[in-house]
Design a protein around this ligand. Structure first.
Ligand SMILES: Nc1nc2c(ncn2[C@@H]2O[C@H](COP(=O)(O)OP(=O)(O)OP(=O)(O)O)[C@@H](O)[C@H]2O)c(=O)[nH]1
Length: 379
């Protein structure tokens, strides 16, 4: 499928940039990637061409908190939509708007932009939204326990500027997206931070992890000039699973490096493609499927709470064992509470990993409840 990605605000633009960089070689799943921000210096740090970066509004217009920023965002929505015309929005099968919740620029702009996209195009508009880490809004937030350090407190670190309104801003923006976004994919910065790590130090790694998950799911169907998947997942399949009613969606992912060439050299002294035994292909697929479902998710939740699920298994074609993939689908089906399951494969002839991309849709998450409680305490 073809996805158009639009990053808004500091986090949104960095994530959009990371998604562009995660595009698998040889095959494109992105029509255009745009970055919208009030901060020119941040925009220039992206790898995106100038035509696809756009500074809007005065930075000071976003100085008066989220409510005023939301009005400013509404004033700029039509202008931002016009900038998208520089690309090919009509070729997109879906839009993905990336934003960091907790701030003012992205959080103030994205609800109006998403509403404008929904009014203008028939395609789904998904929102990828980071959730603020505890230490941003709670100076007493402790480090994750059990890592040898006892209960040492991690106050908002030197590089992590406190944002006392972060939880409130995040919850308000989520409320404004409800009924507007086709689906919301949160990425919880709290769970992706390592103990003692500053947000600024974690963000490139986090953005790469998020981008890898987006590429695994949305680039699933195969590469434009490579072998076609046996079961292609297209835009309407994704819409069926992810939904169109602002469902909360979380992404899982796991990969295993596999040996694709033989250590014996063939004629011409070039490494030859190695024959893959069914047993090892099955084992690799089983491992990544299990870890993709049970490993770290973009938003932690019990898979049992998911109403629907999608599994994409990718890698070098010789490793994509059909039976193991079918078994993986059954594993996902029994892991989730609901019954809507789809599965597909993603051949990557030059890939060196077998991977599983997992979508759990319409989930319940304690983390969102925690943020709502933190927002309620601070108002
Ligand atoms: N995962 C991730 N999260 C980020 C990144 N940058 C910022 N964040 C998170 O996103 C939130 C919003 O930050 P920004 O995107 O910089 O804020 P903004 O929308 O530009 O708005 P203001 O800075 O308030 O004008 C922060 O509180 C962090 O929780 C990033 O690169 N990656």
């Amino acid at each position: 499928m073809q996805l158009e990605v639009i990053g808004v605000g500091g986090a949104g633009c960095r994530i959009a940039d990371a998604i562009r960089a995660a595009e698998p070689a040889g095959g494109s799943f992105l029509t255009d990637v745009f970055a919208f921000d009030t901060d020119e210096a941040d925009l220039q740090r992206t790898v995106l061409p100038e035509s696809h970066r756009y500074r809007y509004g005065a930075e000071s217009a976003f100085d008066d908190g989220l409510e005023a920023a939301t009005e400013t965002g509404q004033e700029h929505a039509a202008e931002l939509l016009e900038v998208l015309e520089r690309g090919s929005p009509t070729e997109a099968d879906a839009f993905l708007v990336a934003v960091g919740l907790g701030g003012v620029t992205g959080g103030g702009t994205v609800p109006a932009l998403v509403a404008a996209l929904q009014r203008t195009y028939d395609e789904s508009v998904y929102v990828l939204a980071t959730l603020p880490a505890d230490r941003e809004f709670d100076p007493n937030a402790g480090e994750p326990s059990g890592l040898g350090g006892g209960s040492r407190k991690a106050s908002a670190g030197e590089n992590t500027p406190p944002r006392p309104d972060a939880a409130t801003n995040a919850v308000r923006t989520l409320e404004r997206l409800e009924g507007v976004a086709s689906a919301i994919v949160p990425f919880d910065n709290e769970t992706w931070l390592r103990p003692g790590e500053e947000l600024a130090d974690a963000r490139d790694r986090s953005n790469r992890a998020l981008a890898t998950r987006v590429a695994a799911v949305f680039a699933g169907g195969g590469e434009s000039d490579g072998p076609v998947a046996q079961t292609v997942i297209d835009a309407s399949d994704i819409e069926r699973i992810v939904g169109n009613e602002s469902a909360i969606v979380t992404l899982g992912y796991a990969e295993q490096t596999v040996e694709t060439t033989s250590s014996k050299f063939g004629l011409g002294l070039l490494p030859t493609e190695r024959e893959v035994e069914a047993r090892e292909a099955v084992s690799a697929v089983e491992t990544v499927v299990r870890k993709g479902i049970r490993g770290k998710l973009t938003l932690e939740c019990e898979p049992e709470t998911a109403a629907r699920g999608l599994l994409i298994v990718g890698g070098p074609p010789a490793w994509l064992n059909r039976q193991a993939i079918a078994e993986g689908r059954r594993t996902l089906e029994s892991a989730i509470g609901g019954s809507g399951i789809l599965g597909g494969d993603a051949p990557r002839p030059d890939g060196e990993t077998v991977f599983a991309g997992v979508v759990l849709a319409d989930v319940e998450s304690d983390r969102l409840e925690e943020l709502r409680a933190a927002a309620a305490r601070s108002t």
